[in-house]
Design a protein around this ligand. Structure first.
Ligand SMILES: NC(=O)c1ccc[n+]([C@@H]2O[C@H](COP(=O)([O-])OP(=O)(O)OC[C@H]3O[C@@H](n4cnc5c(N)ncnc54)[C@H](OP(=O)(O)O)[C@@H]3O)[C@@H](O)[C@H]2O)c1
Length: 264
């Protein structure tokens, strides 16, 4: 019986300095690393969610893994698209073993200056996105071969008790909110394993732009983990995860500068 995953694929455009430093994999977001790592195991079937599932790059990757990688249209918090994706998965394989809510965004601004539409968009993608995904995949997770797992990719920036200084309040607030939503989903669905986790500091386009916009020196990206390392850590943690009734800390990937658990 194959293990069936649903994860965001993510093709971001690389910043030139990242492209030069990590030719293998930093030209993609974490979602690509996850799908790439999963596709290396022939026992996995991966539904790769993307806003543009017919993009050339995704089509090429799926064509190279014809039995395993199925592109699927998915956009954060889009209820009809999420419903349609679940219906397609139901018809094709009838279950989901693991769902990874990976899509995320963040704009750099102070609380005084952030434009309200930007704040709302951040919450839509980072909080409502995982919630809508859960609502539409929960029944498929209940048909998993063992206990279904729903994982939100969060961030240490969401820690309230250990708040990271800097103008990233909207992003941090959205990650604090999605931690809360995720833990509530676990409380309400004890038959599933549900948790948020942080991938650590990862050399993606999103992280590069975020740190640059915060005024951090470009060299800081040198301490970020390559996507392949972070993806392997995330998947290892997901495969080893067992149910915790009341999570007290946010697990963050090892092999990076932030490899530890942090309090919510
Ligand atoms: N990289 C890090 O250091 C780091 C650290 C902590 C947490 N994280 C979290 O890890 C996850 C992946 O981040 P990443 O670094 O891989 O970022 P990324 O390179 O910017 O990729 C972000 C992902 O979110 C999707 N996305 C962005 N804006 C969206 C929108 N408005 N609607 C729908 N989808 C949208 C992107 O889709 P497209 O490909 O279609 O653009 C892409 O799949 C995020 O949840 C992020 O918060 C990352």
């Amino acid at each position: 019986m194959p293990t069936v995953y649903l994860s965001k694929f993510s093709f971001s455009n690389p910043e030139p300095h990242l492209r030069a430093e990590h030719t293998q994999d930093t030209c993609r977001g974490l979602g690509f690393g996850l799908v790439q790592a999963l596709a290396a195991n022939p026992d996995n079937i991966i539904f790769a969610g993307a806003r543009n599932p017919s993009s050339k790059e995704l089509a090429a990757f799926a064509a190279a893994h014809p039995e395993q990688v199925i592109p699927i249209a998915l956009d954060s918090a889009d209820v009809p698209l999420n419903k349609a994706a679940a219906k397609l998965i139901e018809e094709k394989v009838g279950k989901l073993d693991v769902v990874i809510a990976n899509a995320g965004m963040g704009k750099v601004s102070t609380m005084s200056d952030i434009e309200i539409p930007e704040f709302v968009e951040t919450f839509k993608v980072n909080v409502l996105g995982p919630l809508v995904l859960f609502q539409n995949t929960q029944q498929l997770l209940r048909k998993a071969s063992s206990t279904g797992k729903f994982v939100t990719i969060s961030s240490v920036q969401g820690s309230v008790s250990n708040m990271i200084p800097g103008p990233s309040g909207a992003y941090g607030a959205s990650k604090a909110a999605v931690n809360s939503v995720t833990i509530k989903i676990q409380e309400e669905n004890p038959d599933l394993i549900v948790f948020p986790m942080c991938p650590g500091f990862v050399a993606t386009e999103g992280a590069s732009k975020f740190t640059k916009d915060q005024g951090a020196p470009r060299e800081i990206m040198n301490s970020a983990a390559p996507i392949s390392v972070a993806a392997a850590n995330v998947l290892k943690h997901i495969s080893e995860a067992v149910k915790v009734d009341q999570p007290k800390t946010l697990w963050t990937a090892r092999g990076t500068s932030l490899g530890k658990e942090v309090p919510f």
